[in-house]
Design a protein around this ligand. Sequence first.
Ligand code: FAD
Length: 322
Amino acid sequence: MRKVLVMGEVRDGSLRNVSFEAVAAAKTIAEGGEVVGLLVGEGIAPLAQSLITYGADRVITIEDAKLKAYTSDGYAQAVLAAVEAEQPGGIVFGHTALGKDLSPKLAAKLDAGLVSDVTALEVVGGNVVFTRPIYSGKAFEKKIITEGIVFATIRPNNIQPLAQDLSRTGEVTSLSVDIKDLRTIIKEVVRKAAEGVDLSEAKVVIAGGRGVKSAEGFKPLQELANVLGAAVGASRGACDAEYCDYSLQIGQTGKVVTPDLYIACGISGAIQHLAGMSNSKVIVAINKDPEANIFKVADYGIVGDLFEVVPLLTEEFKKLKV
Ligand code: FAD
């Protein structure tokens, strides 16, 4: 049995889904021990209760104007203070930009082993066995941490959150931390105008490659995405050709996504692209070339012109929604 500290991640005033997935992972690691949620930021206390409804036993909040925007310096001080106060046997973060930045720094400071980018976990003979992809998703390795804090980051969309139980209650306490000597101060955050669903947490992704041929060519994909409540993504080929923004890039040097459904349109299936999407639960590929590599990972393949196939799919899904 261990006490496990789990970081809730806040974006635009709400908790990201991965926070609830992290609570579920923490429950497994705790093996019946206490799961303590941690929220860091400014004005975040009202979100504590939702961590409890998803399985946290209690929540600690650390609020400070200096923590309003994420900095590794500030957040590291806050999390280390929580670790000091709670002495957990486990820590769980989402494998997000924040988790990827902060967790190695904390693991080094705590002299703890860290298993990053976990896609599954189970307890075998008292050890927590973590599964994580290696070689760009071509193989999986299983890892255990043999001593000290069990520290892991979990890949979004892989671990099922627990069912929300609105009747759950738990204590919410605030921890006061003197945040000092920040080496970076965020003056202002300017966001790129992003439309629709968050790509890294989307349940359905419609991705376009160089086969869409122009920025205009993404329109039918966006229409299909609107009908399915999906996010639009892209190959690097499409980004390099300036058909879309690099924030949409999926792959080895882009985002890693694991949606329930991934529809690849005009994407050849280069290994660097597969690294970012091959763990999707169901993959549909639409490509003119029957020999395209993407068909090797696809569950369903449609050999055809995406400009004919995608609008047909949109029409059919619209009918299903009526
Ligand atoms: P192409 O390979 O040009 O494929 C276009 C496909 O569209 C073809 O298969 C064609 O048959 C099909 N097509 C054309 N017209 C139509 C039509 N009308 N209807 C249907 N199908 C059509 N790539 C990534 O995606 N993500 C990464 O993170 C990434 N990182 C990289 C890192 C490194 C270090 C390197 C060297 C490369 C990386 N790449 C990455 C690039 C990768 O190698 C490929 O070049 C890229 O994925 C190709 O993009 P694409 O499939 O859109 O284009």
